[in-house]
Each structure stands twice: as structure tokens, then as C-alpha cells.
Design a binder for this molecule. Structure first.
Ligand code: ZN
Length: 112
């Protein structure tokens, strides 16, 4: 993939995450607002839904930072090098996730 289409792919990814964040904001509104409409049990449900939504939001934030960092690396010509060891990231990894910041070996080291 050339640089231009890579930037396009990453910018689309970024757009998707931002859109999902905006949609998610509805479900992270304070539960208290609905207190009169819903009973005690459904309030607990609502809290659980909110917790799930918050976790999803945190994951999206991390993903967004990752994508933005990848766009920056493309612009500075550092794209494709592992952030940890500086080696080339395996092509197959980049195809699966164009924003991936590390090579397979470093990713394995990080997760253990
Ligand atoms: Zn590495």
C-alpha cells in the first residue's frame, strides 16, 4: 500500500472512531437523569450499561491515539518501524492493523 492510501485508510479509521464516540456519549449520560422514569432494578441495568459504554469509550480513546500516532509517523517517514526496537514491522501485521505500533516480537514481550 502506498503512503497516500495508507493515510486515507488511517483517516477513515479515525473518523469512524470519532463518530462512534459521539454516538456513545448518549449512553454515558449520568443515570440520575432517568431516575423518575425507571425503577430501581432498571437503574442497576442502566448503571451496567453505562459501565460497558465507559469501557468501550476508554478502548476507543486508546485506539484513536494509536491511529493518530500512526498518521504522524506516516507524515514524518517513521511509519512501519517498531516503536520499541526500531525494526521493520511485519507487512502482514500492518495489513491487519495499519495503526499497529510494534513488531510481533515486541508485542509479545509487552503482553507477557
Ligand atoms: Zn519491535
Amino acid at each position: 500500500m502506498n503512503k497516500k492510501s495508507l493515510i486515507k485508510t488511517l483517516e477513515n479509521l479515525r473518523e469512524e472512531i470519532i463518530l462512534a464516540q459521539e454516538n456513545n456519549q448518549l449512553s454515558t449520560q449520568p443515570v440520575e437523569l432517568d431516575q423518575q422514569r425507571i425503577g430501581r432494578l432498571s437503574r442497576i441495568d442502566a448503571l451496567q450499561v453505562q459501565e460497558v459504554a465507559k469501557n468501550a469509550e476508554r478502548r476507543r480513546d486508546a485506539e484513536l491515539r494509536k491511529v493518530e500516532a500512526a498518521i504522524k509517523r506516516l507524515q514524518t517517514g517513521e511509519y512501519g518501524s517498531c516503536l520499541m526496537c526500531g525494526d521493520q514491522i511485519e507487512k502482514r501485521r500492518l495489513i491487519l492493523d495499519p495503526a499497529i505500533p510494534t513488531c510481533l516480537i515486541c508485542a509479545k514481550n509487552l503482553s507477557t
